[in-house]
Each structure stands twice: as structure tokens, then as C-alpha cells.
Design a protein around this ligand. Structure first.
Ligand code: THU
Length: 138
């Protein structure tokens, strides 16, 4: 699915897991970390950041994507996501990732850095609503 070596995969997962320690999750106690590698080779990490007003919280994946986009990077190759139990990215994060391409590889790992699943944004979000869908003549 990707040209990444085993070492590269594990390195990205390890970065996500290191970031995970900085998760701000006092309410759910479910710490999530993400590490997003862009086409330029830069890596942006993210953690979930919760809030006393619960719905204001944001997921690790979106923090990583928003950090990258705000630095001018919109071409994504792979994102590693780590949770305590290997949980998969939520629907909102799938939608945000889909905006920037369906081919982005998604590595889902647990809190010990073990790869649970390798997939892609397109596989995680079939029939995604995408930028082209806004092009209409009607
Ligand atoms: N969470 C993420 O950071 N990413 C996901 O894809 C799933 C859920 C966070 C949100 C919240 O802070 C905690 O995990 C429990 O839902």
C-alpha cells in the first residue's frame, strides 16, 4: 500500500506515541497521539485536547492536520494514530483528512506502538463528500 519501510512505519508510530503523552484528556482519560508526514517529508504531531465544555474538545488527528495546513502543507502521505487500545479515527477526522486526499495512508496503532491496521483515508471513508462535489452548474 505504501513504499514505507517497516522502520519508517514504526518511527512514525513512535512519534505519535511520544506525542500522546502530551494529550490533554482529563475528562475521558483516553489519550490519543497522531503524527502526520507530508510530501515534503515534514512531520506534524497532534494530541487530543479536551475542554470542560466537552464538545469543544478536538481530536489528535485534526490537530496534526490543522498544524500542517496552517504551515502551508496540504499534501499528506501518511498519518499514524495511536490510542490506548488501537481505536480508529473518528468520522469527523476522516472527513477532514478526506479534504486533502483519499490516498493518505493511515496507520492505526495501540499504546505500546503495535500496528493494528494499515489502511487509507479512502477505505475509511467511502463515498466521501469532497471539494469536487461543490462544483455544480445548477
Ligand atoms: N479522539 C481522538 O483524539 N481521535 C479519534 O479519532 C477518536 C477520539 C479523542 C477525542 C476525545 O478527547 C477522546 O479521544 C475520547 O473520545
Amino acid at each position: 500500500m505504501t513504499n514505507m519501510t517497516e522502520e519508517e512505519r514504526q518511527a512514525l508510530i513512535d512519534l505519535a506515541n511520544e506525542a500522546r503523552r502530551r494529550a490533554y484528556a482529563p475528562y475521558s482519560k483516553y489519550q490519543v497521539g497522531a503524527a502526520l508526514r507530508t510530501a515534503s517529508g515534514r512531520i506534524y504531531t497532534g494530541v487530543n485536547i479536551e475542554n470542560a465544555a466537552y464538545p469543544t474538545s478536538i481530536c489528535a488527528e485534526r490537530v496534526a492536520v490543522f498544524k500542517a495546513v496552517s504551515e502551508g502543507e496540504t499534501k499528506f502521505e501518511v498519518i499514524a494514530v495511536t490510542t490506548p487500545n488501537g481505536g480508529a479515527p473518528c468520522g469527523s477526522c476522516r472527513q477532514v483528512l478526506a479534504e486533502f486526499g483519499l490516498n493518505t495512508v493511515v496507520l492505526i496503532a495501540d499504546g505500546r506502538g503495535r500496528l493494528m491496521k494499515e489502511t487509507s483515508v479512502g477505505e475509511l471513508l467511502p463515498d466521501a463528500f469532497r471539494p469536487d462535489d461543490l462544483k455544480t452548474s445548477g
